[in-house]
Ligand binder design. Structure first.
Ligand code: CP
Ligand code: NVA
Length: 304
């Protein structure tokens, strides 16, 4: 059996994605009941972070500990990765010593090259192009609050970034409509949009995107690595704030999600972020823990 990786959502079939989310919901209940199974006893996760993180690091590390395993935090500053050891060599060495690897990096090609040389599953913890673990948590959150997402309408308001591109993949796999509203010049990959076909619609009008939406989501204007563009992006995105006024165009039972960290009163109003009747961002963040535990169990089982 070959090694299974999770570099984008499309590495798993639709049935497998549903299996992971179902398992996550079961593991969440077990965790709440104080009955985490020690299925990772003796197993080690290596976490390579080339960018900052709160949720991804804490959820993977806590998740591994809860299942009886261990997680190692590696940063380029204090490994040979930061001194130019090729990613292929690092992959061959690290994957002989651990059971699963999670990587947060810049270029998506880096994680692809690592996975090509890894003997164990590699999980994308965010690249410049995709953030698939986030989408697992987001879909689980919608299912828990509103049921199946199939056939629903989701609106993305903001930058056509890594999280947006994972939403495009999710629209194809989970079969929902995705309306994307972004300023001119901040569109997601045109090749990816072409693959998604008419399931995904692009507009420059947030109100149009949000019309009838059952889920509205956004992200920061400037992602990690784009800090120098912050000022100019603040201007270009000034009409793209998600707030109660914008959500008046959405479905009555709309929920709001944000991968976090959020910049209050920039991409989302503080009032909406704190409106627990609509904003499910804290459940969304917590679900990173549960769904990544399920994902690791799935990938390691399927790679044996
Ligand atoms: N949403 C997310 O991935 O958060 P962190 O950057 O804190 O890991
Ligand atoms: N788009 C953001 C997501 C952070 C979780 C970034 O890449 O910085």
């Amino acid at each position: 059996m070959s090694v299974r990786h999770f570099l984008t959502l499309r590495d798993l079939s639709v049935a497998e994605l549903h299996d992971v989310i179902d398992l996550s919901i079961k593991m969440k209940a077990a965790h709440y009941a104080g009955r985490d199974e020690q299925v990772m006893a003796g197993k080690v996760l290596a976490m390579i972070f080339e960018k900052a993180s709160t949720r991804t690091r804490v959820s993977f590390e806590a998740g591994m500990a809860q299942l009886g395993g261990h997680a190692i935090f590696l940063s380029p500053n204090d490994t040979q990765l930061g001194r130019g050891e090729p990613v292929e060599d690092s992959a061959r060495v690290i994957s002989r010593m651990v059971d699963v690897v999670m990587i947060r990096t810049f270029g998506h090609d880096q994680i692809v090259r690592f996975a090509e040389n890894s003997k164990v599953p590699v999980i994308n913890g965010l690249t410049d192009d995709y953030h698939p673990c986030q989408l697992l948590a987001d879909i689980q959150t919608f299912i828990e609050h509103r049921g199946s997402i199939k056939g629903k309408t989701v609106a993305w308001v903001g930058d056509g970034n890594n999280v947006c591109q994972s939403w495009i993949n999710a629209a194809m796999l989970f079969d929902f409509r995705l309306n994307i509203a972004c300023p001119k010049g901040y569109e997601p990959s045109s090749a990816l949009l072409a693959e998604a076909g008419d399931r995904v619609r692009l507009t420059h009008s947030p109100a149009e995107a949000v019309k009838g939406a059952h889920l509205v989501t956004t992200d920061v204007y400037a992602s990690m690595g784009q800090e120098q563009e912050e000022e100019v992006r603040l201007k270009h995105f000034s009409d793209y704030q998600v707030n109660h006024g914008l959500l008046s165009h959405a479905a009555d039972d709309v929920i709001f999600l944000h991968c976090l960290p959020a910049h209050r009163d920039e991409e989302v109003s503080a009032a909406l972020l704190e409106d627990d009747a609509i904003s499910k961002v804290w459940d969304e963040a917590e679900n990173r823990l549960h769904v990544q535990k399920a994902l690791m169990v799935f990938l390691m089982r399927e790679s044996q």
